[in-house]
Ligand binder design. Structure first.
Ligand code: ADP
Ligand code: MG
Length: 606
C-alpha cells in the first residue's frame, strides 16, 4: 500500500505561510517590498485594526498583466530570479517567490493591477488559497492589493496576535525601515483612516529628519567611507542626542534593513567617553556590499545577515565614525593615538584586505613533556574550600597566549612550569600582578570574574533553568509598550534564566530573580535586560549569551575582591575555563610584560 503522499498545494502554502507570515507586519514588509521592486514612486499603506481586518497597499509601479497576476499567487512564482546564479546577485528585495502564495493561503486577498501597455486592468480574488474571481477591470496603472482577515483559517495564529496597538507598532517599525531605505519614494501610512505618516519624495537626510521629527536636522551628522569591500554612508545622532532607550538604531545593507549587535558594538564603542554610560546613539547606516559576499541563505522574515568580511566592516565602521566625530568637531579632545585596536594604516582605503595572521611558534611541539601549571597555595587557605584544580590548562593555550603577547624575537616559554604562587600575588587596585619566569603577568580580576561567572552560568543554563531566588516583597516596575512586547515575546527564555514574574501591558511584577543578580542592582539590571531584549536579534542562542552577560556584568560591577583568598579563587577557577585569556565581552583578561620589555622601559628612562 502506498503511504507517501504529496501535500495538496493548498496545504503546502499554509505550511509555508507559517514561516513567512508571522504577524501583520510580515505581510506589510512583503507587500511594501514588492511595490518597491515594481519601481513605484508612490506607495500608500492603509491598515485597519492593527492589520487583523485589513492591510492594503496601493502603488503606482509597473503593474502586472492578467497572466502574471494569476501566476504571482503560485508558490515559487517570481519574476526576479531565473538562474541559480541570480541567487548570489540579488538586488531586488524579494527572492523566493513565496510571499503572495503564503499570504493568500491564510487570508482573503484581492488584487487589482494594470500595466502601462495594457488598455484594461485585471482583478483577482483569492480566499484561503482558492481562486474566487478573476476579471478584467478599469483601474489606474500600478497595483492595489488588499489582505483581509489575516489568519481567519488558522485560529492558533489569530489568537496569538497581540493587541491592535502592539501589532500596529510592529507595522509602523516595518514601514519606517522601508521608507528610510527608499527616500526617493513617497510613502503614506494610515491606521483606521487616520494619517500617521505622509512622507514626500526627498533625499536621505530629509527622510530621516521627517521621521525623527522637529529640529532633527541639527542633531545628526553624516558619515561616509568607501573601500573595496564596503561602502558606508548614513547619518549619526550627535552625542547629546544619545538616549537611555534604544530606538532609531538602524542598519541597512543594500537597502535591506537588518539587525546586528556586533556592528552596534562598533558604534557604541566609537562613542565611548562621549556619551554617558548606558545611553545609546542614534544611527541610520547604509552598507553597500557585493551581494555575493553576504549570506543569501537567510530566511526572508529574519533580520540577521551574515557578512563574509564581518570583522573588516566592524573596524571600518568604528574608525569612520570616530573620524566623523572628530571632523565635525564633536570630540575636540579625542585622542586617536589611543585607538590602537582599530588603527588602520594610512591610506587603507581602496586597498585589498589582508586577513590578520596569528603568530605561531614553528618550534612548538604539543607532545613535548610539559609540566602542568601548578598553583601553590600559600599559608592562607581558601575559605571556599576549593581544591586547586588546574589540569584543564593546556600547554597549547599558554603557547598561544605567549605567542600573541610577546615580541616575535622572544622564544615561546614552554618548557618551564607555570607556577602561580599565592604568596607571590600582589593586588594593585583591581589587578593582580604575579611573576612568571622572565615575565610579569597582569590579570584584570573583574574580567577574570566575568569569565568565571559567565562560563558557570552558561554551563548550567543549557541544562536547566538557573537557580532562582524568591523575593521577600515582589518588585514592581512600570513598563512601556515596547518593553511589554519584548518581555511577552521572550517569556520562556526569561524563565529559563531564573526570572519569575507576572505581566500586564503596563506593569511587570517580579517574584523571583536569578541568584546571580545582586538585589540592589535589580532595577538597573532589568533596565539593561529590557533594552537588550528590545534590540537583540531573535536568535535564542545569541539572546541567552547577551542576557547572561548582562547579568554577569551587573554582578561583577558590585564586586569588590576583598582578600587574596578570594582573588586566588577566581584566578584558579579562571585557569579551568576554556577561553581564559579573553572575557565574554571580548576583552583581554591578562597581559604579560616580558622582562626584556621591562628592561627596555628602564633603558628609555635613565
Ligand atoms: P517575489 O517578490 O519573491 O518574487 P512574491 O510572491 O512577493 O515573490 O511576488 C511574486 C511576483 O508577483 C513578483 O515576482 C512580481 O513579479 C509580482 N508582483 C508582486 N507584487 C507586485 C506589485 N506590487 N507590482 C508588480 N508586480 C508585483
Ligand atoms: Mg516579494
Amino acid at each position: 500500500m502506498q503511504i507517501i503522499k504529496l501535500l495538496p498545494e493548498n496545504l503546502a502554502n499554509q505550511i509555508a505561510a507559517g514561516e513567512v507570515v508571522q504577524r501583520p507586519a510580515s505581510v506589510v514588509k512583503e507587500l511594501l517590498e514588492n511595490a518597491i521592486d515594481a519601481k513605484a514612486g508612490e506607495i500608500t499603506l492603509s491598515i485597519k485594526d492593527g492589520g487583523r481586518t485589513l492591510i492594503a497597499v496601493t502603488d503606482n509601479g509597473k503593474g502586472m498583466n492578467a497572466v502574471d497576476a494569476e501566476m504571482s499567487f503560485q508558490r515559487h512564482a517570481t519574476s526576479k530570479l531565473s538562474t541559480f546564479n541570480d541567487l548570489f546577485n540579488l538586488s531586488t528585495m524579494g527572492f523566493r517567490g513565496e510571499a503572495l502564495a503564503s499570504i493568500a493561503a491564510v487570508s482573503h486577498v484581492s488584487l487589482t493591477t494594470q500595466t502601462e501597455e495594457d488598455v484594461t486592468g485585471f482583478s483577482i480574488r483569492i480566499e484561503g488559497g482558492k481562486k474566487k474571481l478573476a476579471s478584467e477591470t478599469i483601474c489606474p496603472k500600478g497595483t492595489h492589493i488588499e489582505v483581509k482577515n489575516l489568519f481567519y483559517n488558522v485560529p492558533a495564529r489569530r489568537n496569538f496576535l497581540k493587541s491592535d496597538t502592539v501589532e500596529f507598532h510592529h507595522i509602523e517599525d516595518t514601514f519606517i525601515h522601508v521608507a528610510i531605505a527608499h527616500p526617493e519614494v513617497s510613502f503614506k501610512l494610515l491606521h483606521n483612516e487616520e494619517v500617521h505618516y505622509n512622507l514626500q519624495s526627498t533625499n536621505l537626510k530629509r527622510r530621516i529628519t521627517d521621521v525623527l521629527g522637529k529640529n532633527a536636522e541639527n542633531r545628526i551628522f553624516p558619515i561616509a567611507c568607501e573601500t573595496d569591500i564596503v561602502t558606508i554612508e548614513g547619518y549619526i545622532g550627535k552625542p547629546e542626542t544619545a538616549k537611555k532607550t534604544r530606538g532609531n538604531q538602524q542598519f541597512y545593507v543594500n537597502t535591506r534593513f537588518f539587525k546586528s549587535s556586533y556592528f552596534n558594538h562598533a558604534i557604541q564603542t566609537a562613542f565611548e567617553g562621549l556619551i554617558p554610560d548606558k545611553t545609546h546613539p542614534i544611527y541610520f547606516i547604509f552598507l553597500t556590499v557585493d551581494p555575493s559576499r553576504i549570506d543569501v541563505n537567510i530566511h526572508p522574515t529574519k533580520t540577521e545577515i551574515k557578512f563574509e568580511e564581518e570583522r573588516f566592516i566592524y573596524s571600518i565602521l568604528h574608525s569612520t565614525i570616530r573620524e566623523s566625530l572628530g571632523k565635525f568637531n564633536l570630540t575636540p579632545s579625542l585622542d586617536f593615538e589611543l585607538e590602537t585596536a582599530f588603527d588602520l594604516p594610512a591610506g587603507f582605503e581602496k586597498k585589498p584586505v589582508v586577513e590578520p595572521t596569528i603568530k605561531v611558534d614553528p618550534n612548538f611541539n604539543p607532545f613535548q613533556p610539559f609540566e602542568k601549571p601548578k598553583i601553590h597555595q600559600g599559608s592562607s587557605s581558601s575559605d571556599r574550600g576549593v581544591e586547586p584544580k588546574s589540569q584543564n590548562v593546556k600547554p597549547q593555550d599558554w603557547a598561544a597566549f605567549y605567542a600573541i603577547n610577546e615580541e616575535p624575537e622572544v622564544p615561546v616559554l614552554m618548557e618551564s612550569a607555570l607556577s602561580l604562587n599565592l604568596d607571590d600575588l600582589v593586588m594593585v587596585g583591581k589587578y593582580v600582578i604575579c611573576s612568571y619566569p622572565n615575565n610579569a603577568l597582569l590579570i584584570d580580576t573583574k574580567r577574570a570574574a566575568e569569565r568565571v561567572l559567565y562560563d558557570g552560568i552558561i554551563d548550567q543554563f543549557v541544562k536547566q533553568p538557573l537557580h532562582q531566588q524568591m523575593l521577600l516583597f515582589p518588585f514592581e516596575k512600570s513598563i512601556n509598550l515596547e518593553e511589554y512586547r519584548a518581555i511577552e515575546e521572550n517569556k520562556s527564555i526569561l524563565m529559563q534564566l531564573g526570572f519569575n514574574f507576572s505581566l500586564t501591558s503596563e506593569r511587570l511584577v517580579i517574584q523571583g530573580v536569578p541568584e546571580i543578580i545582586p538585589e540592589n542592582s535589580l532595577d538597573e539590571c532589568l533596565n539593561e535586560i529590557l533594552t537588550k531584549l528590545a534590540f537583540t536579534t531573535d536568535l535564542k542562542e545569541d539572546l541567552a549569551h547577551i542576557l547572561v552577560l548582562t547579568m554577569v556584568k551587573q554582578s561583577v560591577a558590585f564586586f569588590t575582591l576583598k582578600d587574596k583568598t578570594e582573588v586566588f579563587y577566581y584566578v584558579q577557577k579562571l585557569m579551568e575555563c576554556k577561553d581564559w585569556t579573553i572575557s565574554p565581552s571580548n576583552q583581554k583578561i591578562m597581559l604579560s610584560l616580558p622582562l626584556e620589555k621591562i628592561n627596555q622601559l628602564f633603558e628609555k628612562h635613565v
